[in-house]
Design a protein around this ligand. Structure first.
Ligand code: KIV
Ligand code: ZN
Length: 525
């Protein structure tokens, strides 16, 4: 039966809906929090990537979460914007308010259905849970025709009860039913069986979209997703780089490329523009400060590199000997030399366009161009990756209270390390100097002198954007204030400048976080 969906109309039978929850399930995990502008930037990138639904957040969790869902709903055009809500009335109304400005909106409400969760977490009897399913979906339907209902801990739910809950949700008007493997416990056979069972046993299941949402605790999230699809799931919930609670969620890039690479085995299509995958993955890494591991499928540095002699020999004779997908199909370009210090603004703009940054505003372009010139003066070879790091860095710094201006550091074995720093704070230029136990310490002390604050430095890490001693350093700084953690990033050929930028980035985020309140005690997974 062809499904008539309120936001997608009649979907071709082989088309799956890609539901991205990077900004909700992904952002919820420790260390991955993003500020308002970063979430908007990610939402824009997800739109360009071709996702169908963006779960923008959990509006009741905090005023900051509400604001970001609302801003994304106001700004993003194309994908459906979803807001998460527990079954409580207040949650649903808050989610409805947050997604109200969206061109296409969805309320996603959930309730636990497994014996363990009902007894210990909800302290509710099954009949009361069943009633709450009906009530919550009925209420959500008063605000939008597109309502998703999730059976939290669905994979560990007693089958008869799961079918009754799903039936109640469909009767109350849910248009998508999601069966999450909340704790990453399922194996592929379980998922296949559950989806088949729902399709066979639940009246009305053939008229709605079934959705799968898998956590990666046993490393099976993507395998479980494919098995659920074979069982009839038409919506795939996933995140970029597989980020998410604990071991994360199913990785969007892995599912999209499995579908594209094995049409013979997975008879489905997506709307994902696969050659934007790498760019989106890198943007997320820049924003969160977490690079993926080198061997991460699809987006890891080594994922499509062929180093061994035997492999290289085979590749030269015929690439298909060892290559199941081309690097270009996911956005890897052959590392190319870009313009030198004599290149002009027009060439730089062209290069940005080719790298997928055609939409960078004039101010950001000017700042990025200035930094590019500076970089080309200091660095023999400027790679595409350098430019990407630099532009992402500029974009992240838009709308910030504290801006880096200049840094002069003295260090070595004979002098007491000192740092002279200039910052622009709320539009006003200020300068100061400080000493420290080393050049990084002196730099951070200078920031504290110019902008007094009390935080704990939890992490300081340095990585290289490309190879060579003249490579740009990418620094991550993690700060803690009242138990809240934020990460900041900075990139520059000078490790100390990158360190200052990263610290200031984190400080700016902390100021945004200060106006947020605590999330509610019963947060979704
Ligand atoms: O893992 C889970 O159960 C969830 C639901 C809120 C969909 O994230
Ligand atoms: Zn989840």
């Amino acid at each position: 039966m062809t499904i008539q969906h309120p936001n997608f109309g009649s979907l071709p039978d082989d088309r799956v809906i890609m539901f991205d929850t990077t900004l909700r399930d992904g952002e919820q995990s420790p260390g991955f929090s993003m500020n308002l502008q970063e979430k908007l930037r990610m939402a824009e990138a997800l739109t360009d990537l071709g996702v169908d639904v963006i779960e923008a957040g959990f509006p009741i969790a905090s005023p900051g979460d509400f604001e970001s869902v609302q801003l994304i709903a106001q700004t993003i055009r194309g994908p459906v914007i979803a807001g998460l809500a527990r079954s409580a009335r207040g949650d649903i109304i808050r989610a409805a308010e947050a997604v109200a400005p969206a061109e296409r909106k969805r309320i996603h409400t959930f309730l636990s259905t497994s014996p363990l969760h009902m007894k210990y977490k909800l302290r509710m009897e099954p009949d009361a849970v069943l009633q709450a399913v009906t009530d919550s979906v009925t209420l959500a339907r008063q605000y939008t025709d597109d309502v998703e209902w999730s059976a939290e801990d669905g994979s560990r739910t007693e089958p008869d009860f799961l079918c009754r809950c799903v039936e109640a949700a469909i009767k109350a008007g849910a248009t998508t039913i999601n069966i999450p493997d909340t704790v990453g416990y399922a194996v592929p056979e379980d998922m296949f069986r559950i989806f088949n069972m729902i399709r066979e046993r639940v009246p009305g299941a053939d008229g709605i979209i079934l959705s799968t949402h898998n956590h990666n605790d046993l490393g099976l999230a993507v395998a479980n997703t494919l098995a659920a699809m074979a069982g009839g799931a038409r919506q795939i919930e996933c995140t970029i780089n597989g980020i998410g609670e604990r071991a994360g969620n199913a990785a969007l890039e892995e599912i999209a490329m499995a579908i594209r690479t094995r049409p013979d085995a997975v008879h489905r299509t997506t709307g994902i523009v696969t050659n934007r995958i790498l760019k989106t993955s890198k943007l997320l890494s820049t924003i969160t400060g977490f690079d993926v591991q080198p061997n991460k499928a699809i987006v890891g540095r080594n994922a499509l590199a062929h180093e061994s002699g035997i492999h290289q020999d085979g590749m030269l004779k015929n690439a298909a000997t060892y290559e199941i997908m081309t690097p270009e199909s996911v956005g890897w370009a052959k590392t190319s030399l870009v313009m030198g210090k004599h290149s002009g603004r027009a060439a730089f703009r062209d290069k940005l366009k080719a790298l997928g940054y055609g939409d960078v505003g004039d101010n950001q372009l000017n700042d990025a161009f200035r930094r590019f010139k500076d970089l080309a003066d200091r660095k023999k070879i400027v790679y595409d990756e350098d430019i990407v790091a630099l532009v992402d860095d500029e974009v992240l710094r838009d709308h910030q209270r504290i801006r880096f201006v200049s840094l002069d550091v003295r260090a070595g074995s004979k002098v007491k390390p000192s740092a002279e720093l200039e910052l622009e704070i709320d539009g006003e230029l200020r300068a100061d100097m400080a000493f420290g136990d080393g050049p990084v310490d002196a730099t951070f002390n200078a920031i504290r002198a110019l902008f007094p604050h009390e935080v704990i430095l939890r992490l300081y890490s340095v990585g290289a954007v490309t190879e060579g001693t003249d490579a740009q350093a990418r620094v991550t700084v993690r700060l803690e204030e009242d138990g809240k953690l934020v990460d900041g990033q900075g990139a520059d050929t000078d490790t100390l400048v990158a360190s200052a930028r990263a610290y200031i980035h984190a400080l700016n985020k902390l100021m945004v976080k200060r106006v947020r309140t605590e999330p509610p005690a019963v947060a979704a997974k």
